[in-house]
Write a protein that binds this ligand. Structure first.
Ligand code: ADP
Ligand code: MG
Length: 483
């Protein structure tokens, strides 16, 4: 299935709002001292609070609050100095308390926005409605035993940030770009690992369709989609389903649906519950959360540089195109690698090598930026050999491949294989003279107007010199000798 709906929605416009659940990186859970680490033996990280034992009292984890504030700042959002926890009542086997402590009327973070880049390179702002803190639930597993379900409460009570977007998203591509941006921001901030496979980031996908200019129509919410690709597919499948409902004279009913990746379709799960169904009320075991502006300012002052700022700075400081900078800042580790390489060198050349040969080698060898196919020192030395004209660009590619294969430093490879660029004009002149003499017929053709042959002569000379001729000098000599 394609992700794009382009040309397939007729007169309909797709409207999407996402609720992203991002697990907070912290040592302990939101309201208990139990470990918040992923994994561990089932039910090994469970305190009496997480297990919902009567009489247990929640205690707020300051680090989780700080993480939510950092994330809010990263989303350029309003930080609410007053927020409050509410009880959201519902029964679920993996929710032993019988309610979830969440924030309803007074979230810790208010309105903000993120930038996404559309395919044509334009920037669009997606509004953030709010971010609130809540407890994660445990995990029910139905495939471990033929007739029983088992429950692992390790995740129960881990801090979760729910990031709600405005219904500003208009296509599967925009939904994908938005999620990648949120993931990039929380990863830069170190507030969530963004690992959708492990479930530490998940999305509820709200979809409706309308005719352009109309009010919004009824939405459906697709729960717990756990990969960016599936979110894009879910938007596509759900939008097409709703268009068909409306076009055949029916009416879309508000409901909660599930996305089935194996069938590529969404199906009804339950009718949508409203806020009043949850009987929200202020959590009586917790005081309202009051933050001091000075503490928020302190957190703000210590924020790392975020991807949008880094991208702009890379363009400015290293003179590289906006597109290249975007590729380089996609992951913090890649940005660091690039910056180490580019410092004191030609930034554009460094960017070309990282996004070109280096990325290709990474894909080919199955390595990653933490364990790169060549070290940043080795690649830096290669760029230096290019810059001081010890080798030419053609040879540099071969040296690079040799570096990937053997792990040797480029200077050693150049030395060992005698790959130094030939700048001796005597040697170059002799090679040119020989090529022209051996190709007298072509020289005649060139002189009668076949200009294109110039490149042929240069190529032959380079070949005769095993690729080591200085390209500018070779060009020069060919030009002179052809007269
Ligand atoms: P709920 O808890 O009922 O899901 P929220 O306010 O938490 O409500 O989330 C609502 C989400 O649905 C937001 O992301 C919002 O942008 C989105 N949304 C609201 N109306 C529409 C609509 N008509 N079409 C698509 N998305 C919508
Ligand atoms: Mg929802």
């Amino acid at each position: 299935m394609a992700y794009s709906l382009e040309g397939r929605t007729g007169a309909w416009e797709v409207v999407v709002g996402l609720e992203v659940h991002a697990q907070v990186i912290s040592e302990s859970k939101l309201f208990s001292g139990a470990s918040a680490t992923y994994g561990g033996a089932p039910n090994a990280h469970v305190s009496f609070i997480d297990a919902g034992f009567p009489g247990m009292l929640p205690v707020i984890n300051k680090e989780c609050v700080a993480q939510a504030v950092r994330t809010g700042l990263g989303l350029r959002a309003q930080i609410n100095l007053f927020s409050r926890f509410d009880r959201k009542n519902y029964f679920y086997a993996d929710l032993p308390q019988g309610y979830q402590i969440s924030q309803f009327a007074h979230p810790i973070v208010g309105k903000g926005n993120v930038e996404i880049e559309l395919q044509d390179g334009t920037i669009k702002h997606i509004g953030i409605t709010r971010l609130h803190l809540e407890q994660d639930a445990g995990k029910s597993m139905h495939d471990q035993h033929p007739s029983k379900s088992v429950i692992d409460l390790n995740r129960a009570g881990v801090g979760l940030m729910e990031i709600v977007s405005e219904p500003d998203i208009r296509s599967p591509e925009e939904a994908g770009a938005y999620l990648r941006k949120i993931r990039q921001i929380v990863r830069y901030l170190g507030t969530c690992d963004g690992n959708m496979e492990e479930g530490s980031m998940r999305a509820d996908v709200n979809v409706s369709v309308r005719k352009p200019g109309e009010e919004f129509r009824t939405r459906c919410e697709i729960k717990n989609v756990n990969s960016i690709r599936f979110v894009m597919h879910a938007v596509e499948a759900e939008a097409l389903r709703q268009i068909e409902v409306w076009e055949s004279g029916g009416e879309v009913v508000q409901e909660t649906r599930l996305y089935d990746p194996s069938k590529g379709e969404t199906r009804s799960m339950r009718s949508k519950e409203d806020a009043h169904d949850y009987r929200y009320f202020p959590e009586p075991d917790l005081l309202p959360l009051l933050l001091e502006q000075s503490w928020v300012d302190e957190l703000k002052a210590k924020l790392p540089e975020l991807p949008d700022e880094k991208r702009a700075r890379f363009c400015r400081e290293y003179g590289i195109p906006f597109y290249d900078a975007g590729v380089l800042v996609a992951e913090q580790a890649t940005a660091d690698f690039y910056e180490t390489l580019a410092k004191g060198r030609d930034g554009k050349l460094a960017a070309n090598w990282v996004t070109g040969d280096f990325f290709a080698a990474m894909n080919r060898t199955g390595k990653n930026i933490e364990n790169p196919p060549v070290t940043v020192e080795a690649l830096g030395q290669l760029l230096d050999l290019l810059a001081d004209k010890t080798i030419n660009g053609r040879i540099a590619k071969d040296v690079f491949e040799e570096m990937v294969e053997t792990g040797k430093m480029p200077a050693a490879i150049v030395e060992e294989k005698g790959l130094k660029q030939v700048t001796d004009t005597g040697a170059i002149d002799a090679a040119v003279a020989k090529v022209l003499a051996d190709n007298a017929d072509k020289v005649a053709e060139y002189k009668s107007g076949k200009d294109k042959l110039f490149g042929f002569f240069v190529g032959q000379v380079m070949k005769a010199m095993q690729g080591k001729g200085n390209p500018a000098l070779v060009n020069e000599a060919v030009k002179t000798q052809l007269g």
